[in-house]
Design a protein around this ligand. Sequence first.
Ligand code: AMP
Length: 359
Amino acid sequence: MAIQPLAPGGVIGVLGGGQLGRMLALAAAPLGLKTHVYCPDPDSPAFDVAADHTIAAYDDEAALARFAASVDVVTYEFENVPAETAKLVAGRKPLFPDARALSTTQDRFYEKTFLRNLGLPTPNFAHVDDRATLVAAVAAVGRPSVLKTRRFGYDGKGQGLVREGLALDDALAMMGGQPAILEAFVHFRAEVSVIAARGRSGEFAAYDVVENRHENHILRSSHVPASIRPETAASAVAMAKKIADELKYVGVLGLELFLVDGPTGERVMVNEIAPRVHNSGHWTIEGAATSQFEQHVRAIAGWPLGSTATRGTVTMTNLLGAEADRWRDLLAEPGASLHLYGKGEPKPGRKMGHVTRLA
Ligand code: AMP
C-alpha cells in the first residue's frame, strides 16, 4: 500500500541529535511539521529546537517502540544507525532513506562495490581483513594508497596512508583489528560534492555542484559555483541520480567526488555517499531557493520538492573549536549569516557552527 503524504501537523522522528538534526528540525517548523529527536546524548544540540525528544540508547527496544508510536515518519542524521535499530523502527513506521540505503553506505566496501556494479568510477579498491588480504590488496591497488576502516570512519578518522616503504605490519597496526578497505590514492585537483534529493514518487532535484576545501580531513569551506566544466558537473549530477534511482532513495543525499585531471580532460570519481543532509550543503540555507534541510523534509513527507536554484556566489565556512568565539565579529559583518549549534565545549576541530557569505 502506498504511504500517504504527511499532513501539516505531522511528526518527523529523527534518529541522531547533532547539528544536522537541529537544522532539520528548524526547517520542518515553518512547514507546520514537528520533530521528535532520538539520541542517547543528553546534551544533543537538536533537542533545543525539537518539539519532543527521547534520551535513550539505540538498542533500547522499548524506547524505540515508544518513539516510533509518537511519529509519522522516521529519518536519521547520521549513517551509523545500527541495522537492528533501523529494522525495528522500519517495522513500525516508514523509514526514509530506507534500510538498504543505510546498509549500502555504512560499509565502505559494500558502498564501493555497489558503485562499481553501477558502472560509476571510483578509485581502485580491495578489502583487507588480515595480513594475507593486505598483501593481496597492496599488490592489486598499489602504493600510495589509503587504508580506511570499513565502518564508522568520518572526517578522516580510521584512515592511514600506505606509502612506498611502509612495512605491512605498520599498515596492519593502523587498522586496529578492524575490517578495512584499501583504496588507490587519488591525486585530485579538487574535491566536489553533489547535494541532491529524490522524492517518494521518484522526482529528482540537484543543487549546483559544490567545491569543498578540507583541512586535516575536516571540511573547512564550501564554494558555489565550483570551478568545474558544465559537462563535468552534469556527469556528477547524473551519477547522483543513478545512485538515487538504483536505491529508490527518498530524501537528500550527499555525493562526495574527486575532480581529477587526465589526458582526456577533467573527470570525477566517487569517493563516498552520505545518505543524509550533508555539511557541504549548509550553504543552501541562504544560498538556494530551498535549503537542503527543507528539501529533505519535503521528500520524506511525500511533498513536492522545492527549487534548487542558487541565489548568487556562496561561501560556507565551518567554525571549528574556538573559531566560534568570533561570533560577535561575524554578526557585525555585512552579508554574513551566522549559525551556532549550541554545543558546549569548543574542542579543537569540533564543528561549533558555520558562517555563510553570499555575493
Ligand atoms: P573520507 O572519510 O573517505 O571522506 O575521506 C576524508 C578525506 O580524505 C577526503 O575528503 C580526502 O581529502 C581524503 N581522501 C580520502 N580518500 C582518498 C583517496 N583515495 N585518495 C586521496 N585522498 C583521499
